[in-house]
Design a protein around this ligand. Structure first.
Ligand SMILES: [Zn+2]
Length: 284
């Protein structure tokens, strides 16, 4: 296998985890973590006909995401106005939840035709582009806010995408992204493997879907070189489900974890962040 590190371009890896015969690699030079699985060259999106949810499932996932999106809207959109673009908007969970805020014009971009059709016909989202962000006809300096919810970890070579996002943002616009945090995902996956072994149906690192696992440090390097500055991590309430299960016990555990990571971060004077990465970055 021949590949260079996304962050530092060098080629000096060690295997730190193996998920169903797929080695997960850590760069010995800069610490960046990536999956050695080689996905198809062009990412065609996550959704196919077979993965479209029924009404009940859609409403389940909508509810699970609600606290996170509601807090985002309260903090960044309320009493403001402008253009918002959700890149990799999937089935439109996020746009559907914020579409009642009248002062925002909402746009979405998604590679999966099935998901876009769902967003237009079932959710009534008007400005959806089917295809890559590179192919979308948006003018430069147009958006006040661009969001990337659970997208970045799926992109093998994210520099082009991030550069394009930076050119589409207005000079005072910002990018908001949500992605797993390697600092907690790796120990969690190792613990699961030790306790449960390697079993189908258990989420470890999703080695076939998640090409890169970032830390606050590696994410900041990637963003800075693609036109962003003032990179800050924040916290939002978690998705109220664990591996697709929303039993009240699991959700309470997750809420407990959310408050614990916030307390730990305060106690460590901001040096220890074990939450998912919720990152804000301004256009340079
Ligand atoms: Zn590296």
């Amino acid at each position: 296998m021949h590949r260079n590190c996304l962050i530092c371009s060098r080629e000096n890896f060690k295997v730190i985890f193996t998920e169903f015969n797929i080695p997960i690699l850590k760069c010995r030079e800069c610490g960046h973590i990536c999956s050695s699985y080689q996905p198809p060259e062009h990412y065609e999106g996550y959704f196919g006909e077979e993965t479209l949810p029924g009404e009940a499932e859609y409403s389940y996932w909508g509810k699970a995401h609600f606290p996170m999106y509601a807090e985002f809207a309260r903090r960044y959109l309320k009493n403001k106005k402008g253009h918002l673009l959700d890149v990799g908007c999937g089935l439109g969970y996020f746009l559907a939840q914020i579409k009642e805020i009248p002062s925002w014009e909402l746009y979405g971009c998604e590679t999966s035709p099935v998901a876009v059709e769902y967003g237009i016909k079932r959710l009534g989202l008007p400005h959806l582009h089917q295809g890559s962000l590179e192919s979308a006809p948006y003018p430069e300096d147009f958006f006040d806010v661009i969001t990337l919810w659970d997208v970045l970890e799926h992109i093998p070579q994210p520099d082009t995408l991030l550069k394009r996002i930076s050119t589409l943002l207005k000079p005072d616009g910002f990018l908001f992204l949500h992605t797993p945090n390697a600092k907690i995902q790796i120990p969690k996956a190792k613990l699961k493997k030790t306790i449960l072994g390697m079993k189908e149906g258990i989420h470890y690192l999703e080695a076939k879907d998640h090409c890169h696992l970032y830390t606050p440090h590696t994410l900041a390097i990637l963003l800075k070189r693609n036109g962003f500055q003032e990179i800050k991590m924040t916290h939002l309430p978690p998705i109220m489900a664990v591996s697709g299960n929303n039993s009240s016990f699991r959700v309470s555990m997750k809420k407990g974890w959310y408050y614990s990571v916030k307390a730990l971060e305060t106690l460590s004077m901001g040096t220890l962040n074990l939450d998912n990465l919720f990152c804000l970055a301004k256009k340079k």
